[in-house]
Each structure stands twice: as C-alpha cells, then as structure tokens.
Design a binder for this molecule. Structure first.
Ligand code: RUQ
Ligand code: CUA
Length: 866
C-alpha cells in the first residue's frame, strides 16, 4: 500500500484498518491521480459523500430568490430534494396549473393584480420555546410584500397573505418563540395608504414599520384580522429578529437610512448610496410586541389603514414600547443569542460587530437613560452604555449564526467584502478562526444556528458570486452554497453546491429527525385545505355531469388508466376535471394534462385535484398521465373531444377490416387464459415464499406486499366480467377483460418480486464486505444477463457451482478470468452445446474474481431463499 493510501486510511478511519480491505489495491491511488485529488479532498469527500439510499442528518430550507420558490436540500450531502412552489407557478407540482393551487396563488394578488413572480428572502421555521418544532415554514417576498406558509407535513404552500400597508418588505419572516406571531419588517419606506404623496413630503407621509402577524400554531394559519403594524420612521427597516427567553416579548429591527435621504441622481443630486451612508450610526429599533399586541386590540390605540390596524408611533412611545439604539454604519444582520441575552448587530460599512447586552438595554429603559430623541420623538438609548463589546471582524460583516458552544460565546459571522466566515466569541469579542469562501458571502446558515438550540456541525456559506467555481454556462452564473465543517478547531471547506434557481438570501436548517411528513393523503383529500375535496371520486363512482354549459368530469387515476377515457363536450363549454388518485402505494404519483389547454396537475397517492378550463378550441385533444408510473404509463391516456355544436359533421366512410373467425377468437381466448394461469402460479409461489418467511415482520416489505395484494384483489371483478362475456358469447370482450387481469397480475408480480428481493436481503445471512463487492462486480459485469440465481436460464444456475467441481474455488476463478482457455474441456464443450453460448471473458480483475466467489459462497449459504 502506498504512503498516500495509508495516510488516507488513518485520516479517514483513524485506525489501523487496512485500506486494501476497502478498495481494490491501487484503485484509489489511480483515481486520485487521474482526478488530481489531494488527501484533504478525500477527507472532505468522505465527510459529505452519501451512499445510495443514505440519508442526511439535516434538512435545509433555502430561499429560492427570484424564482419565488423554496429549495430543500440535505446536509452534509448537499443533494437537492425539492423545489417548493410558493409565490410563482411550478409546473411539476401543478402549482398554478390547476384550480386549487391557482386559488392559493390568487391569495397573493395585490390590489386585484395577479403577481407571477416573487423575490423570496428569509425562510423561518416555527418554534416551540424557541426551538424548531418542524411544523411550519414561512417565507417573505421582498418585491411584493407577502408572506407564505408552507406545511411541513407535505411540503406544500397552504397560505399567502399580502401586507396591507407596506410596499416592500425585507426583515421577515421571524417567529416569536412560541410561534404566537410572525414579525415582518418593511424595507423601502413608502406611504402606508395607496395614494400618491410627493417625495418632498417624505418625512411627513412616508413610513416604515413592522407588521406583527398573528399565527395559529395549531392550524398553521396567519390570521390577518388579529394582526397589526407598528408604525416606524421612514428609515429603511431591514433585518430583524425576535427576542427569546430573557428577551421574549421584544423584537429587534435595524435600519440603514436614518438620514432619510431621498435620492435624486437625475437632478444632479448625489445618489441614494451616498446620501444613505452619511451618518456614522443608524438605528436598531427595539419594540415590545407583546405589549403592543395588547394595545392593538383596543380601537382607540390604532388607526385603520387599508382595513388594517396600525399603531401610531406616538402610542408606542407613550407606552414605553418603542426605542432606538444607535448602531454602526448601515447595519444589516441582527441576531439574538439562544438565551436571548445578547443581540449581535453587524455594520456592513463598518469592520465591527456590536454585541448589545439585553439587561443593559432594559436598565437604560427603566432609568429613562436616553441620549435624546429622534425627530419623531422616539427615545434613543446610549450605544456605549448598552453595548457589551465590539469585535473587529473584517470588511463587510453581514449575518451571524450561533455554534453548539454558544454558551461559551461561539458565533460565526459572514464577511461580504472579505469573502470570509469568521469564527469569534461574542462574550470576549475575540476572533478565533477564518475561512475563505468563494465569493462574497451574504447569509450563512448554521444547523438550527439561530434557534434556542444550535447544533453546530456545519455552516453553509450562501455566496452571492461563484465566478470561477463551476463550468462556464454563460454570463449568468449559478449561486454557490459552500458547506463548511465546524466540528474541529479549524473550519474546513467541504463542498461547493451550485444553485441554479435564483439568489437564495437566507436558509434555515433543521434536524431531519424533527420532520414527520405524510407518505400519502387520506383518500380524496384537497391537499390545500386538508379537507375532503368536493371532487372526491372512488372507483366505480366515475361520471360525467353537465350543468348548463359546465361539464364536470368525476374521474379516477390508478395504474395504468384514467377513468373516463373519453370525454366529449361542446366548443365553449367550461370543463372541470376532478381526478382522484386511488393509489395507496408510496411514490405512485400520476400527473394529468389535457394537451394544448395549459393545465397540469400532480396527483400524489390519495389526492384529489380539480382543473377547470374553457374548451374554446374545437378538435381532438389527447389527455394523459405525465409521470412514468408503470410499464403501461404510455397507455394511461384518454381523449377530450370538442365538438362545435353549430357545425354539421359528415361521417367518414368505414374502412373494411378483416374480422377474426370464431375459431381464431376461441384460440386467442384460451391462450390468454393459459398465460394468466401460468402467471398466477408464479405469483402464488412468491406469495408462499413471503408468507413462509414472515414478511409481516418487516414494515418496508409489508408495505410492498399490501400494495401487491391490493392490485391482486382487483382481479376477481375482472374475471366475473370476462366470464359474463363468455356466457354472452362475446369472446372479443372476454379477451379484453382477460388482458386486464394480466395487467393486474403483472403489477402484482412487479411489486411482489420487489418485496421478495427485499425480504431475501432481510432474512439472509448478512453479506460480508467482499461478498457485497462481489455482487456489484457480478451485476456490473453483466453476469446476470445469462445467469439467474436459483434457475437455469440462458446459462446454468450458479447455486452450488463451487461444489460442482474439484477444487471448486480455483476452478471457478480460472473460468471467470480465462474462459477461452477452457473452451476445449469436454465438460465445457457439452455446456456450450447445450446453451448454445460461450462464457465470455468479462475482464474481471483478480480482486473482483475473489469477491465474486465470496458472493457465490453467500448464495450457497442462502440457497434455500432463491
Ligand atoms: S439579506 S445578504 Cu435579503 Cu437577508 Cu442579507
Ligand atoms: Cu400514471 Cu403515468
């Protein structure tokens, strides 16, 4: 073994375990050379690589930026698992292409205007006692101030609310510690009402603020009627955070235009960027949302604007519920520590992060120790007296995340200009480590790093630029999420993940073990209300109903047909397809579209959907299932026929086709029945195997068997129909039903055999590592093309092959590596004659051959199972 290999072995395994037991000798070295990999690369690979079928420890919800969606991926593998349709159409999920999803999207219309894009920024997970509870996810749209609620039981958006007074929003969403409220701060100050106000009246009529949305934690619904907005000066409110534990009840929102500059570059005035960064300090807003929520209930404390309760600044001031604290130049992130005692603010035009001490803030408030008031009369607290310490971090500090040892002060901050993640201590304000990232990091995402229970382990750098990190794909580059290991003393960069979706501002990570999602819906569910869908249709209830010019199709989908298969309507009719997916099997999703009509819908098991459109084009339109759901997926189709009632159609002359003779029909019928009987025998043998080996003890196998028997159970009814047709002398029809029986048998066998394979793996003696590698070599070498274990097929059965020859192992090894040398051997000759095939040389290495023999031994040990 080479030095590099052994170094790797001790690095990765931390033990004396020989690498040759893991890899074919030299293989790893070769790959390293070919790909130019270092040991550090291998270590990083070992820390992130997730073998097929593996799971991640954390699930990350990342904003999808301008896509208006949410991206879900796993850590440490960085594998993307889903894009959730939120503010914008997402065709795969039918998001925006069927009735129910259109209704949710329409909740996001602003003053009646449909908005089809969104700029998602800050996802937030619902909390119980400040800890993530895995129930709900909320995200904001900065461009069109809206919030959306996503249900983590099925990862589907269930509600969108529009902010009634803001014209943009940024600092949201942030849950209060028990998810009573969600804080949403505006960004660009604008008049709260919907009228025109000249920019010269900026200070008088433009406003900023924070909306405090009431949240029903149980139902996952924002309740607009019980929500209110705290009016704030027209400083550009920015990121926010909710206090927790010690500071529960308070909210924190910073801002970056205390200058109240209003631009005017076109008039020769300095641009916004100059005027807005003039002051040395801006303001952190601190407000008592708990107190204000009580005040907001009383009409005399609020102004109603656009039907929404707004608490004027003077009311908040009078009630000691709104304060300002100076913070260094154009701050960005504000992050409350897990115990709520420290508030860390980053000044993005400053090199410092400032740590405020909540106790000191409260003391200053109690003693009315103010340094003055702003033009609106809001008391200003003293920066020096309320600050704990300031840390000199570097250029462009933006956001913070807490580490596992947060109690000792562990915190991580992103440096935009320096392109770094800094590890420092917010108790001592000392810097401990730096990690370069590529490039210009915005947010950073710790594992539950802003909850009351940070897990440490990793930090993800959400970089704004990728520049030279990936293959060239044109001037628009993907974003770059970089995974950093923070478990050691030094941070280690592990992985680059390109994000080709939009600019993901913020991401939040949760332990995967905290999520509990549905496998299927209760039959006939409207996924967006959770209630029974008005279009729910069960097998046998399919029907087409006309009410005036509205045609309702109550249909079902199940492998592999859509019922009904023909729908005829008049041009100009409104058509609603209600479809229910009758499947109960995991992952048996069907899709549905009618060609040319711009509708599409995703039907997960148990779901009912509705798709309505006006049949305004005459013609014949195939409709079909859009998910490759079974071997007969292509056959899962139907026709929508749109007739013009004002037209006369002349019938086409019928083609004469030769019909089958009664003898031919009888023969075909008998053949079909014989095939079915033979197939049934195979099924029965599989069923016997499953029962003999107690499949019911293994939940995953059991689920498959239930699904298989479900398919099998449908045969009796088809058989009845077939027999009735025979009785009525209609063999043509009987053959069709027999074919349907065969379809169900194939589906049964398909799942049944999968169950059997799985069960074999469960009850068999465990495979050694060598045997596992042998199986891989066997499959990749294509040996299974001719050999079927437990059966003679195009080649001999390999069960017992090691016993069939003297010195069996050596004989088989020779035979695998150099078959051509043995073609003249008498025994081999007879075999070649019998099978009419020669064993080819598959170029197996000595190691692979050894492994295959180990695999064959495992087969012999478990021969009873095949
Ligand atoms: S932001 S890069 Cu929209 Cu959260 Cu700071
Ligand atoms: Cu259902 Cu394809």
């Amino acid at each position: 073994m080479s030095y590099r290999l052994s170094r790797f072995a001790s690095l990765v395994l931390g033990s004396a375990l020989s690498v040759t037991t893991l890899f074919g000798a030299g293989e790893l070295d070769k790959v390293m050379k070919e790909r130019g990999l270092t040991q550090a690369d291998l270590l990083a690979a070992a820390k992130t690589y997730t073998p097929s079928g593996g799971r991640d420890k954390y699930i990350v919800f990342s904003s999808g930026g301008q896509s208006g969606q949410i991206m879900v991926y796993g850590v440490p593998s960085m594998r993307i698992l889903k894009y959730i349709g939120v503010f914008t159409p997402e065709p795969w999920q039918g998001w925006g292409y069927d009735d129910d999803t259109k209704k949710i999207l329409a909740q996001g219309n602003i003053r009646g205007k449909q908005i089809t894009w969104g700029d998602t920024h800050h996802p937030a997970l619902s909390e119980t006692a400040g800890k993530y509870d895995g129930k709900w996810l909320v995200i904001n749209d900065k461009a069109n101030p809206r919030l959306a609620v996503i249900d983590l039981a099925d990862f589907v958006t269930k509600q969108i609310v529009v902010n009634p007074v803001f014209k943009s929003d940024h600092g949201g969403a942030f849950f209060t510690p028990n998810s009573e409220y969600i804080l949403e701060a505006c960004q660009y100050a604008a008049p709260f009402d919907n009228n025109y106000h000249p920019i010269e009246e900026y200070k008088e009529t433009y406003r900023g603020g924070v909306t405090v949305w009431k949240f029903d934690h149980e139902k996952g619904k924002i309740i607009p009627e019980e929500s209110f907005t705290i009016e704030m000066p027209p400083y550009m409110q920015d990121l926010s955070d909710s206090g927790k534990a010690a500071s529960n009840g308070w909210g924190f929102t910073n801002s970056f235009n205390s200058e109240m500059y209003t631009g005017g570059i076109e008039k020769g005035l300095p641009p916004f960027e100059a005027g807005m960064s003039r002051n040395d300090t801006d303001f952190l807003h601190m407000y008592n949302w708990k107190k204000l929520a009580e005040l907001a209930k009383d009409d005399k404390n609020v102004k109603i604007i656009n039907g929404h309760r707004v608490i004027p600044m003077n009311v908040a001031i009078k009630n000691d519920a709104l304060f300002l604290i100076p913070e260094p130049k154009s701050p960005h992130g504000v992050d409350v520590s897990p115990d709520g005692k420290s508030i860390v603010v980053c000044g993005k035009l400053d090199t410092h992060a400032t740590v405020y001490d909540f106790d000191k803030l409260m003391k200053a408030i109690k003693n009315k120790d103010y340094v003055g008031k702003d033009p609106y009369g809001i008391p200003i607290l003293d920066l020096k007296k309320t600050m704990h310490c300031q840390a000199e971090l570097g250029l462009g500090p933006l956001h913070n995340q807490y580490g596992k040892n947060w109690k000792d002060g562990e915190i991580y901050t992103s440096l935009y200009v320096d392109s770094q993640v800094v590890k420092w201590n917010y108790k001592t304000c000392k810097v401990e480590d730096r990690q370069n990232v590529n490039y210009n990091i915005g947010h950073l995402c710790g594992m539950e790093g802003k909850s009351a229970d940070p897990q440490g382990d990793y930090i993800i750098a959400l970089n704004k630029l990728a520049i030279d990190r990936f293959n060239e794909i044109g001037p628009l580059h993907p974003q770059n999420h970089q995974l950093i290991d923070i478990r050691g003393k030094k941070m280690q960069l592990l992985y680059d993940m390109p994000v080709p979706l939009g600019e993901p501002h913020q991401a939040v990570a949760i332990r995967a073990s905290k999520l509990h999602t549905h496998v299927r819906y209760k039959m006939g569910t409207n996924a967006f209300t959770g209630e029974v869908h008005e279009g729910k249709t069960l097998a046998g209830q399919e029907k087409i109903v006309r009410k005036g010019n509205h045609v309702y199709v109550y249909g079902t989908v199940v492998r592999s047909h859509i019922n009904p298969e023909r729908v005829t309507v008049n041009k100009g009719d409104i058509v609603t397809f209600y479809l229910t997916n009758l499947e109960r099997a995991q992952d048996e999703t069907h899709g549905f579209t009618v060609d040319n009509y711009n509708i599409h819908t995703s039907l997960e098991p148990g779901k009912t959907v509705a798709a309505t459109f006006k049949a305004d084009m005459e013609g014949v339109f195939p409709y079909y299932c859009t998910e490759f759901c079974s071997a007969l997926h292509l056959e899962m189709m139907g026709y929508l026929m749109v007739k013009d009632p004002n037209k006369k159609y002349t019938a086409a002359k019928k083609l004469k086709m030769a019909a089958m003779s009664p003898e031919q029909l009888k023969k075909e019928y008998e053949q079909t029945v014989a095939v079915n009987n033979a197939t049934d025998k195979v099924i029965q043998s599989v069923v016997k195997f499953l029962k003999d080996n107690h499949y019911e003890k293994y939940p995953t196998v059991k689920a498959l068997v239930v699904d298989a028997l479900d398919q099998y159970g449908k045969i009796a009814e088809q058989k009845k129909k077939s027999d009735a047709a025979v009785k009525a002398g209609d063999l043509e029809k009987a053959i069709l039903f027999e074919n349907m029986i065969w379809q169900y048998m194939v589906k049964t066998a398909d799942v049944g055999i999968r169950a059997k394979d799985l069960l074999v793996k469960k009850v068999a003696k465990p495979m050694s590592e060598a045997a596992k590698r042998g199986e891989t070599a066997y499959l990749e070498g294509g040996c299974n093309g001719c050999h079927v274990i437990g059966k003679v097929s195009s080649g001999p059965d390999l069960t017992g092959v090691l016993q069939r020859h003297e010195n069996g192992e050596q004989w088989v090894a020779e035979w695998i590596m150099h078959p051509e040398k043995m073609y003249e051997n008498d025994y081999i000759k007879s075999m070649i004659n019998y099978f009419n095939l020669k064993m080819p040389n598959q170029g197996m290495t000595e190691q692979q051959t050894k492994d295959i023999i180990e695999y064959l031994k495992w087969i012999d040990e478990n021969a009873n199972l095949f």
